[in-house]
Design a protein around this ligand. Structure first.
Ligand code: AMP
Length: 274
């Protein structure tokens, strides 16, 4: 596995890459969910690139940028074992040089749900992805369904800005108890870890209630009742899978999306209602 740490090195390596080139952007602290994206990329691409970059632009002032887990040597081993061809580890000082002033503004989709709780988060995500796509120039981009609003926003950015890349979203990989795999799960102590799967169960309970004909408020109340009382719900909503517009009255197909805090750890998840 080759490694690029500067934009110039990345351009040289990716410019000479076999095609199609698949790209899996990550923030590191890799788990089986990330490796599933790599596996999918390998199925259809002649070469696979992964980036590890904890993007400061997408973290708010009171968020976990400094504490975010970092394990480059462990990640390198996992990626090499998974058959990744090239690892790109950009340097924050090069990505955001002192005169950096250009941002991708995604519009209303970036301001609801996750965007309402995390102002500027999606501007940071869209901006770094525009940069990464311009540096790596992949043929195919692999994103996880776990971050469904992020995937919807990047799909829109790719369409709106005519970015020449195919986007594939990959189903969420879960622990045996249903908890969506996340680098942030490592923050959970044993007690919070035991509570955390109730977020997924709350989404399923909401979906069951909707399928049974419940109104949206009743379905959301049924879901919220399943969430651990120790957790704090940020939102639980039924949204259109493309626009993320809240649906009232609800109808399938739709996405049921949720976010909750278990102690200081904030987790998100979603399920499809088909
Ligand atoms: P992150 O490192 O959290 O920025 O995630 C990098 C990519 O991995 C994103 O496209 C995520 O949606 C995806 N991802 C994270 N967790 C999972 C999971 N449990 N299953 C599938 N994809 C995931």
């Amino acid at each position: 596995m080759q490694t690029a740490r500067t934009v110039a090195q990345a351009r040289a390596l990716f410019g000479a890459s076999p095609r199609p080139l698949g790209f899996v952007p990550t923030m590191g602290a890799l788990h089986a969910g990330h490796l599933e994206l790599v596996r999918r990329a390998r199925q259809t691409c002649a070469a696979v690139a992964v980036s590890i970059f904890v993007n400061p632009l997408q973290f708010g002032p009171n968020e976990d940028l400094a504490a975010y887990p970092r394990d480059e040597s462990g990640d390198r081993r996992k990626l090499a074992d998974a058959g990744v061809d090239t690892l790109f580890v950009p340097d924050a000082a090069e990505m955001y040089h002192p005169d950096f002033t250009s941002y991708v503004d995604i519009g209303p989709l970036g301001e609801i749900l996750e965007g309402a709780v995390r102002p500027h988060h999606f501007r940071g995500v869209a901006t770094v992805m525009a940069k990464l796509l311009n540096i790596v120039r992949p043929d195919a981009l692999f994103l996880g369904q776990k971050d469904a609003q992020q995937a919807a926003i990047l799909r829109k950015m790719i369409f709106d800005l005519n970015v020449p890349v195919e986007l594939e979203t990959v189903p969420t990989v879960r622990e045996r108890d249903g908890l969506a795999m996340s680098s942030r799960n490592g923050y959970l102590d044993a007690q919070r870890r035991a509570q955390a799967p109730t977020l997924y169960r709350a989404l399923l309970a909401t979906r069951d209630a909707l399928s049974g004909g419940a109104s949206k408020p009743d379905a959301i109340a049924a879901g919220a009742a399943v969430l651990s009382p120790a957790a704090r719900l940020d939102y639980l909503e039924v949204v259109d899978a493309t626009t993320f517009a809240p649906l009232e009255p609800p109808r399938s197909p739709a996405l049921i999306v949720g976010a909750a805090r278990f102690g200081s750890t904030r987790l998100i998840d979603n399920v499809a209602w088909e």
